[in-house]
Design a protein around this ligand. Structure first.
Ligand SMILES: Cc1cc2nc3c(=O)[nH]c(=O)nc-3n(C[C@H](O)[C@H](O)[C@H](O)COP(=O)(O)O)c2cc1C
Length: 350
């Protein structure tokens, strides 16, 4: 049993202690409801963010940010903290990105000595700095090499092996050949972000391809892409039949989303956070992700990268984003938050 801290915005006691059993990986998928997964997001989903988001209800499964792997790399110490000091009490997969098979095997064997639920390989990152090195999503142009990497990892590892991928590199038509390729990979689970690398982060998501993967693959499939509300999560779960639902940017904007999905599934009242609750959440991100010794201006500029996902997602506060992005000092930053978020009205429709 692990102790989990659960934050309750609508009760006088802001924090209560509850005990929850820590499930095994296979038990996680053996359920008649979707497994709720927080997407890995570089420079955001570090140990502090995991602790914060888990306190709002949290996911059932977490990923680390990716460990960059190359010939001379060592696992990043800050990312290792998410595993070593996993504040969620839930399983966490260690994600790697790279293309050097022997370096990936060496790193995975090191990582599996830590308390991880398995090793995940990144086959989707579209960042030019990654793709220029033919890693991340760019590897979708070299499937024989992906097969070599995955078989080498499977042969070397005792722990589970999972993959997080997009549906192709250039065009959704690649899926026709990619799906049979996925079918023969030695995987314990696969996450599918239903877009190609070229489709970036805003094109419509091909949920039909995710549904096809669910029908064809023997391992559990986690559906990912543009899930921003509890209703959308349930709609994607039902329409694809996926075993899991992964939420990324929607969970930065609305850390209550996992709780709201569970409440919708149970048919109980859905918690509706107010703008003021959102303000308190941003305050927590500000104070709990601060690196000791970091100056105010540097911290504000770091926090703006996270808070920007919140301000640009709040359609009912159209001037918030620009005001927040102009902030240079803590005073400017909190003035922008105060101007936009001092209201007890609900801020999201579930
Ligand atoms: C800021 C940012 C950082 C990301 N970093 C990673 C990463 O480290 N590993 C990964 O597999 N995907 C990464 N992604 C992709 C997300 O995991 C997810 O697949 C994508 O955002 C689509 O899901 P969403 O629409 O719910 O955000 C990142 C996305 C964003 C926005």
């Amino acid at each position: 049993m692990v102790a989990q801290r659960l934050h309750t915005e609508n009760s006088a006691a802001s924090t209560i202690q509850i005990n929850m059993p820590s499930p095994s990986f296979s038990e996680l998928f053996a359920q008649d409801k979707p497994l709720l997964v927080l997407a890995p997001m570089q420079d955001i989903t570090g140990v502090d963010f995991l602790r914060i988001i888990h306190s709002y209800g949290g996911a059932d499964l977490y990923f680390t940010e990716y460990f960059r792997v190359h010939r001379d790399s060592k696992p990043d110490k800050d990312i290792l903290k998410s595993v070593d000091a996993n504040p969620t009490g839930r399983p966490i997969l260690a994600q790697m990105i790279g293309r050097d098979t022997s370096a990936l095997v060496r790193t995975a064997m090191l990582l599996e000595k830590y308390p991880v639920a398995g090793i995940d390989f990144n086959l989707g990152c579209p960042a030019p700095i990654v793709c220029r090195k033919n890693a991340g999503g760019a590897l979708l142009r070299d499937l024989p090499h992906v097969a070599d990497i995955m078989h080498a990892l499977r042969a070397a590892l005792k722990t589970r092996l999972t993959l997080k991928t997009r549906i192709g590199y250039y065009s959704p038509e690649e899926w026709e050949k990619f799906l049979p390729f996925l079918k023969v990979l030695p995987l314990d689970a696969v996450t599918i972000h239903g877009r190609t690398v070229r489709e970036g982060y805003s094109a419509p998501v091909h949920y039909d391809k995710i549904a096809e993967a669910v029908r064809e693959l023997s391992c559990p499939v986690i559906a990912n892409g543009e899930i921003r509300s509890a209703d959308k999560a349930i709609e994607v779960w039902k329409s694809t039949g996926a075993a899991g639902i992964m939420v990324g940017r929607g969970a930065i904007l609305n850390p209550w989303i996992f709780r709201q999905i569970r409440e919708r599934l149970h048919g109980t009242a859905v918690f509706l956070p107010s703008f003021r609750d959102l303000y308190k959440y941003i305050e927590r991100i500000y104070s709990e992700t601060r690196i000791p010794g970091m100056g105010d201006k540097t911290h504000v500029s770091k926090i703006k990268k996270i808070a920007g996902f919140i301000s640009c997602g709040l359609e009912s506060r159209p001037s918030f984003h620009a005001q927040l992005m102009r902030a240079e000092t803590p005073c400017d930053f909190f003035r922008a938050c105060g101007d936009a978020l001092s209201s007890d009205e609900p801020c999201f429709i579930p």
